[in-house]
Design a protein around this ligand. Sequence first.
Ligand SMILES: Cc1ncc(COP(=O)(O)O)c(C=O)c1O
Length: 427
Amino acid sequence: MKPITELHHFTPQVQKLKPSATLRINEHSHALAQQGREIIRFGFGQSPFPVPESVVKALQEHAHEKAYLPVKGLPRLRQAFAKYIQRKTGLPAETEDMLIGPGSKELIFHLQMAHESVLLLPSPSWVSYEPQASLLSKPVHWIDTQAENHWRLQPEALEKACLQFPDTHKLLILNYPNNPSGTTYPPELLEALAEVARKYNLLILADEIYGDMHHDGQHQSIAHYYPEGTIISTGLSKWCGAGGWRLGAFYFPSRWRKLLDIMAIIASESFTSVSSPIQYAAATAFEGNEDIEEYLSASRKILKTAAQYVQRKLTEAGIPTAAPEGGFYLFPDFSSLRQGNEQPEYLRNSAAFCDYLLEKTGVALLPGSDFGRPPEELTARLSYVDFDGEQALEAARHLPVDETFLQKYCPKVCRGADLIVEFVKGA
Ligand SMILES: Cc1ncc(COP(=O)(O)O)c(C=O)c1O
């Protein structure tokens, strides 16, 4: 029988979906690897580190848990998450303010479904917010940011956007430390953004999934300045290295309890509840212990050293790259490669550039256009986590984490940086 491909079989929302440039780059990397080429995977955004031992043990101990759990989450986990939010932000978080889901991505999708609003997105932003909105036929308004401001949303730009939608509810997704830029917000900027948010009665989703991956352990939440209107989103995927476990968590201010309850109804009609053993293990993770603190401190040291090394190499080669502050990413701008009037085809846009760089050097980056940047801008996301995190973490317990350490335990990161620099010099 003929396969069904005609678009009229599908809903209008999904008809608009396009395979991303990211998917193409991943397929291209895969094909090159199969030909025996060495690929430096700077396109992936997965934690390189194993799940902390105490959390793995908790999962093993609860493997027999088989019952459906309450839709909003295991009470012990919601309580542990409330205490975690109290510890991290000083906010009076209660067990009732917490919602657990199968990854923060799903919760973000459900939030967008539940809240009648225009979505305000700083550009660049993580790849999934906009397609989620598009699936829900939700309007999206991009707000530009600039490299010279470290890709941080500015209060004036936020205010201008708010003025464009005077009669509509507005949802701002603010992600920091940021994917893709690797930068975060200083307290005074969070405070200034909070003032605008209060003036225009915004709902903010603070996507703080990389909060514990702040390289100096100094993460601060905008909820501190705008507690009444900020939902905090986090999960186990990044700081706990457990992306595949699929556990996300939202903290709601009490004013937004109704939204939490509505999202719980959506959950009850969709995923029901998160896998029981995973929730027990997550309770251990959010409760925290010495093992986890040591793990976080060693992870941060490694990430910081790798990030700074690559950023320095790129900057020295004339490729401006905002100084990294947290997470796994850098966001270099290769526009300086354009010289004179005649441009080679590969400098036409960021997707063509990433394809060409991969073909020539084996280094996979993701094009800035997938993160909401204008296609002609030659920005790209570089994820410096192509190394064996288990080995690196073990070594970081007894060795200084410096350039010698990187050369030994993160050789592909160093080699990837060198290959890009060679390419830039030869271009
Ligand atoms: C900025 C950001 N937010 C949310 C997510 C989703 O994380 P998860 O669904 O694994 O909790 C990711 C994952 O890559 C991310 O980078």
